[in-house]
Design a protein. Structure first.
Length: 242
């Protein structure tokens, strides 16, 4: 793939586990529409997304700032003891690529975790939540996802591979200061910290090509949404990812 011809557009990641009612939408689109001829990584938060549907994740300050104690509104959080579907032979190419992308980032986390981060396994329950929500074609966080963390990306259809999606989230490492547990001012890094969160053990994802609720409005009605849900969730206030 010629990466120079691919430019996914928008990302949305939870900065606090179970942040009830959080919205996430687009930066204002350019008048000439989505740019598909730049870099191969998603826009990592050069502006403050504002969907108009709740409190946007700003990506500024600490990657998990802004709410104090997480409140799931759904009882006891996932302990990580669920039954993952780890048999790679039974997984779709999409699931295998998502796992490979996430686990490559976890293996290369900097500074180097000690002990090393465990690789994630596939969670079919999380996948089903992601599928059901992706089908709604809403570029904002799922308020009914239960005890899952969540990362989202929106882009023009087929402009990026499954691995590109994870690489985009992972590229936020350049804007994350582990020593201070902060993001570069005006940038987002909550997608990256969720990917490398030590206590997260499983992930389930889905993608959907949409013709409604485009983040760019009626000018560009067809778009693609990716949703990943994480168990147990990460990005707790005041905590480093590992």
């Amino acid at each position: 793939m010629n990466r120079s011809l691919v430019r996914p557009l928008l990302t949305c990641g939870l900065l606090v586990a179970w942040l009830a009612g959080a919205g996430c939408g687009s930066d204002e689109p350019d008048d000439d529409g989505p740019d598909t001829e730049d870099s191969g990584t998603p826009d990592s938060g050069s502006g403050t997304p504002d969907s108009g549907s709740g409190t946007p994740d700003s990506g500024s300050g600490t990657p998990d700032s802004g709410s104090g104690t997480p409140d799931s509104g759904s009882g006891t959080p996932d302990s990580g003891s669920g039954t993952p579907d780890s048999g790679s032979g039974t997984l779709s190419p999409f699931a295998q690529d998502m796992l490979a992308g996430h686990n490559a980032t976890r293996a290369a986390a900097q500074p180097t975790p000690s002990p090393a981060l465990d690789p994630l396994t596939w969670d079919t329950a999380a996948e089903n939540v992601a599928k059901a929500y992706a089908a709604k074609c809403k570029f904002e966080h799922n308020p009914d996802r239960g005890s899952y963390g969540e990362n989202l990306t929106a882009a023009t259809p087929n402009s990026m591979s499954t691995r590109n999606v994870v690489e985009g989230w992972s590229s936020e490492v350049k804007d994350y200061n582990y020593a201070n547990n902060t993001c570069t001012s005006g940038k987002m890094c909550g997608h990256y910290t969720q990917v490398v969160w030590r206590n997260t053990k499983r992930v389930g994802c889905a993608t959907q090509v949409c013709t409604t609720n485009s983040p760019w409005g009626s000018q560009f009605p067809t778009w693609q949404l990716w949703v990943c849900n994480y168990a147990p969730p990460g990005n707790y206030s005041g905590q480093r990812p590992y």
